[in-house]
Unconditional design. Structure first.
Lengths: 388, 142
């Protein structure tokens, strides 16, 4: 088994890019990743690319060869689709490929283009990540599904809309200095509370925006990094994935996400760390309640205790355990098929010390990334550590 | 797809699902239940919980209990004229059902519902396009 190093990371600015194609977005992210890595494109042995709704948004299937061209690599290229965890699973397979010694250099990441569709069509597009027969036809939207989980959570453990508003406010504050973030605007708790409802109890600022963007990572073996004298101090030391029943109504508990429990357990075991070792986390806050469920599945908080973590200042930038220092999906943006890669790019920058928010976690050595698909029927967790 | 209206897209044909809806419309709603009591909805050949292939049709009670709900204000195109509406996940014993709460025809506001409420299951139609769907009616109004 080889240790897997993050040699380079690349992102596009997240936001609205109405006149750019997906291939151009991924090309920009990949170009930046290769510049950051100082790795030759000719050494890339595989491209693992995440994308969710390209067939709807751009009328473009079979995207992997297109993205290999765009990135300037010629190697086996595969698109991974796992809803909002598409890039997470793409990265996970890249990590496993390098760890197994099957390749020394893999390019992984993803792209999503969404703002060229009207909001109602994006709502329809995202809803296809739910069970078409028994959820979508019954009126469940993507925000609606998380709203069902939020009300179930409040009923089981307590908590309120105000607790969720503190999460929105925290993540907007974190995004302020991030050059890649979609929003550079503070949102107060009161402003979040007063926003119009999307699917009650979730209101506008509980929801991530609709985003275009791409992410790319150059992952290499420790041996390759040493041979080429690369500056690649961060290692992906653990990877885990979990699956649950597709429909929320078929889950054992409506306010828990066991797929993420399983992914976290596997990733921690792979890395040889425990939840208590984690210094910083990037989690899948597509909705504010999702950050709560993620923190509890990661074992960072007991069930029922994650809801108050932001309000109590534990997960804020100056708290003991900063969560979503990038701004999270909430404020950095959520190009769904790119998000799993962008979380690892941001965590790498935070641990290397070159993220605008790195000074919030100067001594951090262990980071965890949590990427979820659908209502967490899919979950991927990665552990990153400072290796040198 | 970009110039087509998703609301115009025909849902995938599924005979088992259509028959299952027919059964509820006729007052004979059912779940598929394995010998260990795990419920599921058709089409289903293998119990997702235990792997049993011995699934039998078991009638569901007409009344269930609301486990969670949400009032949706931003709908998908297929529900454009239905919003605002309340979705609920309702426990019927061996299985849960997800559907829209209907209070018998009032327009405008979504019907009020709370966790723990008893509701009756029925089959209704989407306002937007007339497509059939699972609906719940609060006890006392059915």
């Amino acid at each position: 088994m080889s240790e897997v190093r993050v040699a380079g990371v690349g992102l596009t600015p997240f936001g609205s890019h109405p006149e750019r194609t997906g291939r151009d977005l991924f090309a920009e992210a990949a170009l930046r990743a290769f510049e950051d890595a100082a790795v030759s494109r000719a050494d890339v042995k595989e491209l693992n690319y995440g994308n969710f709704m390209g067939a709807l948004a751009e009328h473009q299937g079979h995207q992997a060869p297109l993205m290999a061209e765009a990135a300037g690599v010629r190697c086996p290229a595969t698109r991974y689709e796992s809803a909002c965890a598409s890039a997470g699973v793409a990265v996970r397979e890249a990590v496993r490929t390098v760890a197994a010694g099957d390749a020394d250099v893999v390019l992984a990441g993803g792209m999503e283009r969404m703002t060229n569709l009207p909001t109602d069509e994006v709502t329809e597009g995202l809803a296809i990540a739910a069970d078409d027969l028994f959820e979508v036809r019954a009126g469940v939207t993507f925000p609606g599904a998380y709203a069902l989980m939020a009300n179930a959570y409040f009923d089981a453990y307590g908590g309120s809309r105000e607790d969720l508003a503190h999460i929105a406010s925290k993540n907007h504050a974190n995004a302020m200095p991030n050059e890649y973030a979609q929003y550079h605007r503070e949102v107060s708790v009161a402003e979040a509370m007063d926003a119009p409802p999307v699917a009650e109890p979730l209101h506008l600022y509980d929801a991530c925006p609709i985003t275009d963007g791409a992410s790319a990572l150059v992952l290499v073996s420790e041996e390759y990094a040493a041979e080429h004298d690369l500056d690649a101090p961060v290692a992906v030391t653990g990877t885990g994935q979990g699956t649950d029943r597709m429909a929320l109504g078929d889950r054992e508990h409506l306010a828990r996400t066991p797929a993420a429990d399983d992914a976290a357990d596997a990733a921690y075991a792979d890395a040889g760390v425990e939840a208590a070792d984690v210094d910083v986390a990037e989690v899948h806050d597509c909705f504010t309640i999702a950050e709560v469920l993620a923190l509890e599945s990661l074992g960072l908080f007991e069930p029922g205790e994650g809801i108050s973590a932001a309000r109590e200042g534990i997960t804020t930038a100056d708290g003991d355990l900063p969560v979503n220092l990038s701004g999270g999906l909430k404020a950095k943006g959520h190009p769904v098929g790119a998000t799993g890669g962008s979380q690892i790019a941001e965590l790498t920058r935070l641990l290397r010390g070159d993220h605008p928010n790195s000074d919030r976690v100067p001594d951090a050595e262990v980071g965890v990334a949590h990427n979820a698909g659908g209502t967490v029927a899919s979950a991927v967790v990665h552990v990153l550590e400072v290796a040198e | 797809m970009s110039d087509a209206d998703p609301a115009d897209a025909s849902p995938a044909t599924d005979r088992d699902y259509a028959e299952w809806l027919d059964a509820f419309a006729d007052g004979g709603g059912f779940a598929l239940v394995c010998p260990d009591g795990h419920g599921s909805l058709p089409p289903r050949r293998v119990c997702a919980e235990c792997g049993s292939t011995d699934l039998s049709r078991e009638p569901l009670d007409e009344m269930g209990t609301v486990e969670t709900y949400s009032v949706v204000h931003v709908p998908s195109p297929r529900f454009a004229d239905d919003a605002p509406y309340a979705t609920a996940v309702v426990d019927f014993g061996p299985t849960r059902l997800t559907g829209i709460v209907r209070d018998g025809g009032a327009d405008g506001d979504a019907p009020a519902v709370e966790i723990g409420d008893a509701v009756a299951v029925d089959v209704g139609e989407r306002v937007t396009d007339g497509e059939r769907l699972v609906v719940f009616r609060p006890a006392g109004e059915s």
